[in-house]
Design a binder for this molecule. Structure first.
Ligand SMILES: [Zn+2]
Length: 442
């Protein structure tokens, strides 16, 4: 029996011994149960996990839920995030360091929210993102201004559905346990089975070159967002889909896409997808944005990036940094120093290989073709250490199609006509490149 006055009295905190303890489950009797975990001492502060598990026999919790509002309120000592859901769902909440984040994992929740939701900073929350993290798995990633602890969390029935409330309080870096979040890999890395786009197909059809099109970002990671709420993820998916159609039309290629829906795919998954499919060419699609509003109207045009250890210029370096942060934005852990070193070694090795020459060849062909069709940036061929280009087996380029922060670029980028034009130009470059390569090999 539910006792309305108990509301969401469930609480979880750290006691003086540094052990996470789940307390209470007031409304659990009827709707949801809150389970606290005794965490190993090492994890205690960094990993606060809450699970609201369904009470058996509660049919309504199985229905697809909608998130209809997410609001943030703050007092001097605490910040509260409230998610209004159409019905109850199991929820998992945990924190991550580097940078400090709070992650809320939900099943397939549809977000029906005003586009500006999550952008304004309030209290301890600087910004938050939401969206599909994998097929059937939604996620809210909250960036916080510093180390926080989940002081309280719970779900209550309200007039319009269910209210999930999470109260965050500041803590210090030491008790947050910076860095220990890396232990939580299972959550950050859903099984490949969750993502149909990643289904490995190791057997390569004989004869046809395999082109992997990689629309950047997706789901919880929108990429660059314009003032008018146009997202990079949707622009690049539209161009990617048009490119797929243009390439398929030639009948000469086996065309694969790392994602064909609005779903998040990690950078590692994109690399693995390319390898599993035996890519002969990997084309990653992105769109840029600049922070400095005063330059927004002056900076526009497309840029083609190839891989290099040292960036061709500071802007290219920053661009790679921004694109490489995709996984962090989606709530995956940072790899830490060991991973960085490993990546560096792979990179040096890669650059010695033939694939990097092929990448440069394709970049040249592409710059010529694209230059005839769309505006290119002032320095349209650059290089930097983009993680998604670190492929030993396939030549790869990353195309920033234009600047979402520029009104003219933005206007064009959302037009199906422009998207098709760009796709046609890239497809033509692919044709030229493979014709040249085939002739060169004979
Ligand atoms: Zn991007």
């Amino acid at each position: 029996m539910r006792r309305p006055d108990e509301g969401w009295a469930a609480a979880l905190g750290q006691n003086s011994e540094g052990i996470g303890v789940g307390v209470g489950a007031a409304l659990g009797q009827r709707l949801l149960r809150l389970v606290g975990f005794r965490l190993p001492r090492f994890w205690a502060a960094a990993l606060v996990c809450l699970f609201f598990t369904q009470v058996p026999g509660l049919a309504e919790a199985n229905n697809a839920s909608e998130a209809r509002a997410i609001t943030v309120s703050a007092t001097e000592s605490a910040t509260t995030l409230e998610v209004l859901l159409s019905n109850g769902v199991p929820v998992e909440i945990f924190t991550l360091a580097n940078p400090y984040r709070v992650i809320i994992d939900l099943p397939d929740v549809a977000f029906k929210l005003p586009p500006e939701t999550g952008r304004a900073s309030r209290g301890l929350i600087t910004v938050f993102r939401y969206g599909l993290f994998a097929e059937g798995k939604a996620r809210i990633v909250i960036d916080t201004s510093g180390p926080v602890k989940i002081a309280q969390a719970g779900m209550t029935e309200v007039a319009k559905g269910m209210s999930l409330k999470i109260i965050l309080e500041p803590t210090d870096a030491e008790s947050f346990g910076a860095g220990t979040g890396a232990s939580r890999q299972s959550l950050g890395d859903p099984a490949p089975a969750d993502e149909p786009a990643s289904a490995p197909q190791p057997v390569k059809p004989v004869g046809k070159p395999v082109i992997v099109i990689d629309p950047g970002h997706g789901g919880i990671d929108p990429g660059a967002v314009s003032s008018g709420s146009i997202t990079e993820k949707s622009v690049v998916l539209a161009v990617g889909t048009a490119l797929q159609a243009a390439l398929k039309q030639t009948g000469r290629y086996d065309v694969k896409m790392t994602r064909s829906t609005d779903v998040f795919v990690s950078l590692d998954k994109r690399l693995k997808f390319s390898e599993d499919n035996g890519a002969d060419l990997f084309i990653s699609l992105h769109a840029d944005s600049i922070e400095e509003r005063q330059y927004a109207e002056a900076v526009r045009g497309a840029t083609i990036y190839t891989l290099s250890e040292r960036a061709s210029d500071e802007q290219a370096r920053q661009m790679a940094e921004k694109e490489n942060a995709s996984d962090l934005l989606a709530g995956l852990e940072s790899g830490g120093m060991a991973a960085t070193d490993q990546v560096k070694n792979i990179l040096i090795d890669l650059l010695k290989r033939e694939t990097s020459n092929f990448s440069a060849d394709f970049s040249n062909v592409l710059a010529r073709r694209l230059g005839k069709t769309i505006t290119l940036s002032r320095d349209p061929q650059r290089s930097a250490a983009f993680k998604v280009l670190k492929q030993p087996h396939a030549p790869s380029v990353l195309i920033e199609l234009g600047y979402i922060s520029n009104s003219r670029d933005q206007e064009q980028m959302i037009t199906p006509g422009w998207q098709k034009q760009v796709a046609t130009a890239i497809a033509a470059a692919v044709q030229t490149y493979f014709t040249k390569r085939t002739v060169g090999q004979q």
